[in-house]
Design a binder for this molecule. Sequence first.
Ligand SMILES: NC(=O)c1ccc[n+]([C@@H]2O[C@H](COP(=O)([O-])OP(=O)(O)OC[C@H]3O[C@@H](n4cnc5c(N)ncnc54)[C@H](OP(=O)(O)O)[C@@H]3O)[C@@H](O)[C@H]2O)c1
Length: 398
Amino acid sequence: MFNTEQRVENIFLTGATGVLGARLLLEILLTTEACVYCLVRANDQQEARNRLIELLYVYDPQRRCQSQLWRVIPMVGDVSAPLLGLSESDYYELAQGVDRVIHSAAGVNLLASYPALFDTNVGGTHNIIELCLLGKVPLLYISSFTVAGRQLFNDDYRLKESDLDLGQSFKHMSYARTKFESELAVHEAGKRGLRWAITRPGNIWGDSVTGCYPLTETRLKGLYYEVIRALVETGITFSAPQNFDVSPVDYVARASLHIILEIDRFASQTFHLTNPTPLSYDGIVDFLQQYGYRIKRMNNDDYLAALAENRLWFQGKPYHSQFTGMLNLFYANIEQGGSLLLDTEFTEQSLLPAGIACAPSDCRLMFCYFDYLVQRGFLPPPDQQGAMAEVVTLTTSR
Ligand SMILES: NC(=O)c1ccc[n+]([C@@H]2O[C@H](COP(=O)([O-])OP(=O)(O)OC[C@H]3O[C@@H](n4cnc5c(N)ncnc54)[C@H](OP(=O)(O)O)[C@@H]3O)[C@@H](O)[C@H]2O)c1
């Protein structure tokens, strides 16, 4: 199964049909000579390959990677299954044959319960750790800045890369809890000889150069883009001055790949792949307005009450979207007040020699994203923005 004649690295990647994993796969194909073994949930290898290629081309519409697709080897499996759902022979060959593992697969539904996420997120990480220990393969675990738990809303705290267990609570934060527990498992496995590094991305947005992002191609739609859609659709918003991280996917992918390729330098370290220049939700609204969209700010309580009472009226009916469905969770956090600062100094210093830096979340970056959304028909151009939603009173509501 493994090509040992050429001096190519063999990388095992999970989650390659996801927002980050697909961009990681592209980065590997364009910047290394490695073969990439991708664990994919699918009925058969052909379906797995088709899904991988579909996602790859979202980030690579010019198909620069086409001649390199032979280096992509789909493996049908599931991180939560024994032996990752592989045959015994494939599993042992994989463990012996790869020289890096990047574990990006996870359930990322922020509303899912802990039991619903556990098998994939915590169980899956344990399974990947066992594979790595068996083959003595270094592991990059893709975690999340949400491991800070409820400290995320505490602006007195600055989370350092070396911080993990702060006694933080995870009330209503099941996803974050599973990422935290996975990090603990990785640390624990270090005592059994695992060589590891961890990256903690922030909110992953599109490619900072092309704007590309899989808007419809992943199973779970990107929440941040649903926020933008809801803002433009309704033309009404509340206010939230707290940090709202915008981490370009190309930065997260490049940095993550560099860290695992250079594991000798970066072993047992954690990195914050958040944007060192955070934006706020209000800042995003400002950029949308500068881009030309009409968006009216409302008093927060009035907005939420209108939503809860079905009085936010749009196109003849109460407005609901994926974003408004999550708003209670989102808003409870806003109400809590603060927003944690993530220390990125160690990460920035570590990546500097390789010339890897995060694009600042400024007008150029956000307009690049908006251009892409308009080009893909996800947003109307500003001059074709439809009628705004309105808040109706109970007596006039139908
Ligand atoms: N997106 C963000 O803003 C963000 C922020 C911080 C950290 N992260 C972390 O970054 C990583 C990637 O996230 P993402 O945004 O790329 O998520 P995503 O778009 O939802 O992709 C998740 C990937 O994991 C795969 N997967 C899920 N359950 C699996 C299972 N049981 N077995 C095998 N594969 C499975 C999915 O496969 P299917 O295609 O079959 O569903 C998909 O390829 C995750 O670890 C996440 O926690 C993401």
